[in-house]
Design a protein around this ligand. Sequence first.
Ligand code: G3H
Ligand code: 13P
Ligand code: ZN
Length: 298
Amino acid sequence: MLFKTNTELMTQARDGGYAIGAFNTNNLEITKAIFTAAKQEESPIILAISPSAAKYAGMENLVAMARVAAEETGVPVSVHLDHGTEWEHLVHAIQAGFSSIMYDGSKHPYEENVRLTAEAVKLGHAAGISVEGELGRLVGTEDQISVSEREASMTDPDQAMDFIERTGIDALAVSIGNAHGWYKGKPQLDFKRLGAIQKKVGDKVLLVLHGASGIPDEDIRTAASFGITKINIDTETRDAFKRGVAQFIQENPDVIDPRKILKPAIEEMVKIVDGKIKLFGSAGKAAGHIAELAGRAV
Ligand code: G3H
Ligand code: 13P
Ligand code: ZN
């Protein structure tokens, strides 16, 4: 298979003491930027595609671009469905050739999340790919919630054990005060809770941190030291895209060639992805993956 599964990439990252970036793409320019940075740093990457990205660009188009870029660059890559919330998202992703899926049942009551995630795992494993689930709920940065509501939305370490045993997930997205989008002020991540989760389930499941844009570098390093091996970035890449386009148009109001307008956007995104790859510790790790997998196949 051209693409690696998340389990293959993340297990090796866990053993090697680093994390792998999962970068969201919606189009050709973002995909190009992610692969350019990965090639530059000789890093494995996870290409994340959400259902709304698939609705915008077409799931098959996004996978086809990933296939071409994977062949051209040779970097180890997993193509991963991000936040699949409906059965049809999962089926469509598998049919399109994804190597990993996330089923996000976090909006459902616990028992329903267990039941639906277990079904997703059966489906994913039958197709030979890995499955990520989410326990606890990521609160939005705009949500006005009390301290006790915030606590209640976070992943409970004991419940995590039950969730993993009953669903069979390969990877668990944790809620420890992380949120999608820009944070208001400094993110307050509950590392005590993450440490407890790692102690309870760190040898049974791979751990994932969503909403990593805007988290200070030292907190990212701490999260990785507690066993986080997949770190999701979208907002910072989007911001770089917008910055590149906005600046170019301001300086060149008469240019209408989309290739010229989008070039600086790609360049800004490459800088962001490159910086994250270095921060996560996956720079220079591509060769290890290829060699390890080649060794396994012999
Ligand atoms: O966590 C969600 C990702 O940022 C994808 O967002 O659903 O707008 O594509 P999206
Ligand atoms: P950010 O947009 O906050 O970086 O979160 C990305 C994410 O979690 C994608 O699943
Ligand atoms: Zn997310």
